[in-house]
Write a protein that binds this ligand. Sequence first.
Ligand SMILES: *Cc1c(COP(=O)(O)O)cnc(C)c1O
Length: 385
Amino acid sequence: MKERIYLDYAATTPVDPRVVESMLPFFNGTFGNPSSVHWFGQQAEAALERARETVAGALGAQPEEIVFTSCGTESDNLAIRGMAFTQREKTGAHRIITTPLEHHAVLHTVEQLVELNGFSMELLPVDQYGRVDPEDLRHALRGDVALVSIMFANNEIGTVNPLAEIGELCHQRGVPLHSDAVQAAAHLPMNVVRDQIDLLAIGAHKFYGPKGVGALAVRKGVKLHPSQTGGGQENGRRAGTQNIPYIVGLAEALKLTVADMEIRHERYSIKRKRLIAGVLENVPGSRLTGHPTDRLPNHASFAFEGLDGNHLLTLLDAAGFACSSGSACKVGDPKPSAVLEALGLSQAWTLGSLRVTLGESTTDEQVESFINVLPGLVRKVRGTA
Ligand SMILES: *Cc1c(COP(=O)(O)O)cnc(C)c1O
């Protein structure tokens, strides 16, 4: 069998064996319902609260500020919908400020609030690297604003936003700020106090935790309408019996991520530098998308002129390389990348995007072999286009 090389760690990561180990006791050993009064329940509740403390510590938050959810998407939904309704009730504001580069978990949620609930959406401009200029936000913050939602780091092009400045501006104007940190939390130190972020969303499977579990940090004093109603779990902010093994796994994965962050950062940066140089030197009509330096350390993304990105992905897969055109949430449609369009790239480029994201087990040899194979495949796609 030929070697399969996974270069799509921004789509998802395998679960760290240490994380799997930490989860196992909570399937059939310590299996109680954390809401139960008895000993079994108390054991489960103790594990839940330990996980909450760990996650809070990693995000610069307090334990009571952490809400566990079923994924990053749910965290974004709860934050945006919950805050939009609360704010409108409190202040009458119905304007939601966000960016065209947000993940669908954010964009489609805001769009639904516009279509069904009478909110309005304002998209901030982004620069050629996909970054928000705080000056533009400062202008947009005039008048009544219910909520600002700006992602920490972009999944498709890796660009990191200036969240500290954004947080400062929102705080000055008393407007709540949500940030989708589902990609960023895997690679950058998070601190909701430092960056004055009222609502910070994360999801475990982007940092070597299990799929199907996430968290939302909700700053003290911030009231949210729950999206899921029922029991009083998670302080009334998210009903439903907590998924203890997965929550334990999320906490363990986040703890390990924070502990290894600097080492990983260095390791990735060297390989990533080689990867970017190798691609740009060997493939004519190629460019890096996203910011050259202010980007996630494991993240490289490219655009190729006059090329069908999906066709290239298929050939790469046949050659044993698993990459992406950007977002795993857009299956098989040959539409131009909305993200690349927002960066101002012309039509000749927006169909030909490629995202290559490195992980823990990526080797120098794998990077070299990718650089060797790619130019031939690009020629092939262009030849048959
Ligand atoms: C993956 C991702 C999400 C969705 O998270 P899930 O846990 O898969 O629901 C949201 N936002 C960004 C930026 C992501 O990369």
